[in-house]
Design a protein around this ligand. Structure first.
Ligand code: F6R
Ligand code: ZN
Length: 197
């Protein structure tokens, strides 16, 4: 039974695991074919080990407009070629829904774009709150070499997820390491809206 009364929980650091949660989702390298720009590096890495890229701890609430879905997202450090470990990224199926992220630990970037091809990349670091407005697809990228990127997220219960669009077209921008620092570059594989079937 889902609680109908108010409740609270803690988030322990450095782990990022809520003291109460309902679902623990894990995403490995094999779940992101075609998403990293350096495909030979992706294939070589996968041949070695199906590395754990990120985890999500969800507090389950009903998927209705009045509810807020929330939990923690933990992206582990690492790179595929020069590109940092990242989440799949998605649009919300109900496009006109927003999301708030609060960074608890680590260093990273949120890569965002609209269906019309506008883009924005915002820094994530402890104590920063990031507002993802309605219509903006979002992907978290961990730019640290040694720390997990831990964020708390909150979004409307009826938002749903559209992963397919990003799987097909990619994000317009990538975050890669250049001269030891994260840099935002064009994604050579990005397909503009007009080119999509
Ligand atoms: C929910 C949301 C986050 C992400 C999580 C993992 O709408 O944006 O909870 O789900 O950071 O990323 P994805 O869902 O892109 O695999
Ligand atoms: Zn989302």
């Amino acid at each position: 039974m889902l609680p109908t009364d108010p409740f609270s929980f803690g988030v322990s650091l450095p782990g990022g695991i809520p003291t109460r949660y309902d679902n623990h989702i894990t995403r490995r390298l094999s779940s992101m074919p075609g998403q990293f720009a350096d495909q030979p590096a992706y294939a070589a890495m996968l041949a070695q080990e199906d590395v754990l890229l990120y985890e999500v701890y969800e507090i389950v609430r009903p998927h209705v407009a009045g509810e807020l879905l929330h939990g923690t997202s933990i992206v582990h450090p690492g790179q595929v070629g020069k590109e940092y470990f990242m989440t799949k990224g998605h649009f919300h199926a109900e496009l006109e829904t927003a999301e708030v992220y609060y960074c608890l630990q680590g260093a990273g970037m949120m890569v965002m774009e609209t269906p019309e091809g506008e883009w924005s990349v915002q820094e994530l670091r402890p104590g920063r709150v990031l507002y993802v407005p309605p219509r903006w697809a979002h992907r978290s990228v961990n730019t640290s070499h040694d720390q997990d990127l831990i964020t708390l997220f909150v979004y409307p219960g009826h938002a749903g997820h559209d992963y397919g669009t990003i799987e097909q077209q990619g994000f317009r921008k990538l975050v890669v390491e250049r001269d030891g620092r994260p840099q935002v570059v064009d994604n050579p594989g990005w397909r503009p809206p007009a080119a999509r079937s």
